[in-house]
Design a protein around this ligand. Structure first.
Ligand code: GLV
Ligand code: MN
Ligand code: MN
Length: 409
């Protein structure tokens, strides 16, 4: 096999810079099975085929592109990759950087003449952000069996389309989604490269870090119900307005989280039903994201938020219910793999992250690690997320170094 391209990471990211560009929010909106998501998958398949990788899509919609020049049996495989879906109005690098870097890392392995002792795959995981179905890392959680496929089949998006319907429309048999123990057992290690989503590397003045852990995080929905009514004819003391209860709860979320050292709690989304300017809402769903290195603290903080929500609801003569969408415990990456990466990349610091990743899901099942690439703005899940071209190339070389080490020893 010869190197078939002279791609750079920046060039690959530029190739897809108009896909899913969001003229309203700015940045990119690339939900699972949108036209943008399909274009990105087609782009990935084309890039993989240019490199003579063998591409397959598994029963959970995960795309695997295999570099296996020796036609070795698929076992003890080294897997890298990331995701291509985005949050609404997200940045260009969260997900695509790990995919583009993996493609360039394969180019490096080929041009270095690496003869692997085990197969390598680039995996692209669907619905990592959970922006369409509310469940983060949906593809990797189906693969590992961490989520019940029945639950996933029944999830609905904001248009009321179930995951089962969406899967069928897109050529994925919804009856066959779910745990894939044989595939999982064939993976020996997973290394996900990702844009750093905070300021760790800026402060350390370094381009690359090795991941240590992902702090525990979860998503909940607080649903406030009151009485929908007319904005003009309903007197102020005669209302049961769930928006008021929701607003008070949003303030409590901030106050309670600020009192909890190391906690992050966010309400980034409110859905008002029916959602008219001249209509008192009948229901408001408040989406809550809570994170902390201690899973116990996460649970305690959510319970305190729910207490505050109950009081706010009672004050407004409303009701509130709490639904857990997903909880991911704190994950410490495999220590032996982390130390192996440290030997390969002795100058790279080791960092924890507050962001969730498919690596966190796989890390509960097999030796997993991460590489982070500096983001000079420190901003992520927003259009300002950035990676300098030189750092991206450094990331591709670092990933190739790590993969070469894992493939030949
Ligand atoms: C994903 O990026 C998350 O941390 O929610
Ligand atoms: Mn990501
Ligand atoms: Mn993200």
């Amino acid at each position: 096999m010869t190197a078939t391209t002279e791609s750079t990471v920046a060039g690959l990211i530029a190739d897809i810079s108009d896909v899913g560009a969001d003229p309203v929010r700015g940045g990119f909106t690339r939900p699972i099975h949108s036209a943008a998501d399909h274009d990105l998958r087609a782009w990935f398949v084309e890039q993989a085929e240019r490199r003579s990788l063998d591409v397959e899509t598994d029963r959970n919609g995960i795309v695997w592109a295999w570099w296996n020049p020796g036609r070795l049996p698929i076992r003890d495989a080294v897997v890298t990759g990331s995701h291509l879906d985005s949050v609404p109005g997200g940045g260009a690098y969260d997900g695509p950087l790990g995919v583009a870097t993996a493609l360039v890392a394969v180019d490096h392995l080929v041009s270095r003449g690496v003869a692997p002792h085990r197969p390598l795959s680039i995996a692209v995981f669907p619905e990592e952000e959970g922006s369409r179905y509310g469940l983060a890392c949906l593809g990797s959680q189906l693969l590992t069996g961490d989520v019940d496929p029945d639950r996933v089949r029944g999830l609905t998006d904001s248009d009321g389309v179930t995951f089962a319907e969406l899967a069928s429309r897109n050529g994925l048999d919804p009856h066959h989604i779910g745990p894939d123990p044989t595939r999982l057992a064939s993976v020996g290690s997973f290394v996900e490269l990702h844009v750093e989503q905070g300021r760790g590397l800026i402060d350390l003045e370094r381009p690359i870090a090795i991941g240590n852990s992902i702090i525990g995080h979860g998503r909940w929905m607080l649903s406030f119900r009151g009485q929908g009514n007319h904005a003009g004819t309903t007197l102020m003391h005669d209302r049961s307005d769930p928006m008021v209860a929701a607003a008070s709860t949003v303030s409590s979320v901030r106050a309670l989280a600020r009192r909890t050292t190391g906690a992050r709690a966010t309400v980034g989304r409110l859905d008002a039903v029916p959602g008219g300017t001249n209509v008192i809402a009948s229901r408001v769903d408040v989406w809550l994201d809570v994170r902390h290195p201690s899973d116990e603290v996460v649970a305690t903080l959510v319970a305190s938020i729910m207490d505050a929500a109950r009081i706010a609801a009672a004050d407004e003569d409303c009701r509130v219910t709490l639904t857990e969408a997903s909880v991911s415990p704190t994950v410490a990456f495999d220590v032996d793999l982390r130390d192996r990466l440290r030997r390969v990349l002795p100058d790279a610091p080791v960092l924890d992250t507050g962001a969730g990743h498919d690596a966190g899901v796989l890390g509960e099942h097999l030796p997993t690690s991460m590489l982070f690439v500096r983001n000079p703005t420190g901003i992520s899940h927003a259009p300002e997320e950035h990676v300098e071209g030189a750092d991206a190339e450094t990331g591709a070389v670092a990933l190739a170094d790590v993969l070469a080490d894992l493939l030949v020893r």
